[in-house]
Design a protein around this ligand. Sequence first.
Ligand SMILES: Cc1ncc(COP(=O)(O)O)c(C=O)c1O
Length: 348
Amino acid sequence: MKKLIRKSVQAMSGYVPGEQPKGEGIIKLNTNENPWLCTPEVRDILNEIDVMELAKYPDPLCMEVRRVISEKHEVGPANIFAGNGSDEILALCVRAFCERDGSVGYFDPSYSLYPVLARIEEIAVKPVALDENYEWQMPEGYEASVFFLTNPNAPTGMLFPKKKVETFIQAFPGVVVIDEAYVDFARESCMEFATKYDNVLVARTLSKSYALAGIRFGYCVGAKALIDALHKIKDSYNVSRLTQELARVALLDEETMQAITAAVKGTRSLITEELTALGFKVYPSETNFVWVKPTFPGAKKIYDELRARNIFVRWFDGPRTKDCLRITVGTNEQMITLVENLEEILGK
Ligand SMILES: Cc1ncc(COP(=O)(O)O)c(C=O)c1O
């Protein structure tokens, strides 16, 4: 049987997404979904859908939704690519911009999908270790075909200063993909670099700030040549008819997105205070999750204890991450339950 599978695929470990437990009374704070209700426009459209339309293939170029994105960011539709979640876009970037002997760069720790995408394509990885404060210093003469720069970073939640990102872009010879999955929860965005530089793509998603992880929609903005390359290699109909329509109406309702991100930021401040009072080191978050380091009785132990109580947070094994937990900002009620359970676990 093994002979049937490519050696590189046999050798690699797949990406491990956060658990999706089902059942009553579960508190899910492990995959950075947004507990707030998305725009009511989405429900209205779902009620109006003509199922006969679903017999037809969707628009392969996602023109309607790209026009809305074009207005939102004041760029031409030719500078926009729409994908089946931003994960699809990240995968296409590796395929489009890396030669066989090229390499994929990213910070360590950051989104654990990047090395998996490189391994699928048998492309070398060139991680750059963040220091103990999760800041970076690029090695002298560093090069790669593509660099995934997650800003704000995940799982640390911290924002890298825009000026520093720009200096990096100017020196880097390959394509810089700025993964802004969480940027709506942050102070500033690097979107302007998408049209200022030829080697930059800025990727966004509706999974976080728009509370629409289930529809799978992401997009990126950048130089036409890079966008054209992504269009050349994508699946013909990569974004479903339903998703295109739901994404379009969601993107038009910027007000709801702003309201729910403001609510998340409010809860984020509260949980930061509570966890700090419980003795956790809480890193300054500009996302919809917090990255925390407990002093006692260890991150894995707390993760297991919470899990046994049906509260799911994320713990990543590995030297750079094993002492910390990533906790999604849930509803205020979920956060109160989390804190009560932590008090019991810590004996406070
Ligand atoms: C940094 C980062 N980029 C991209 C994604 C994927 O987003 P999408 O749901 O659009 O595929 C995630 C999801 O958790 C993420 O953390």
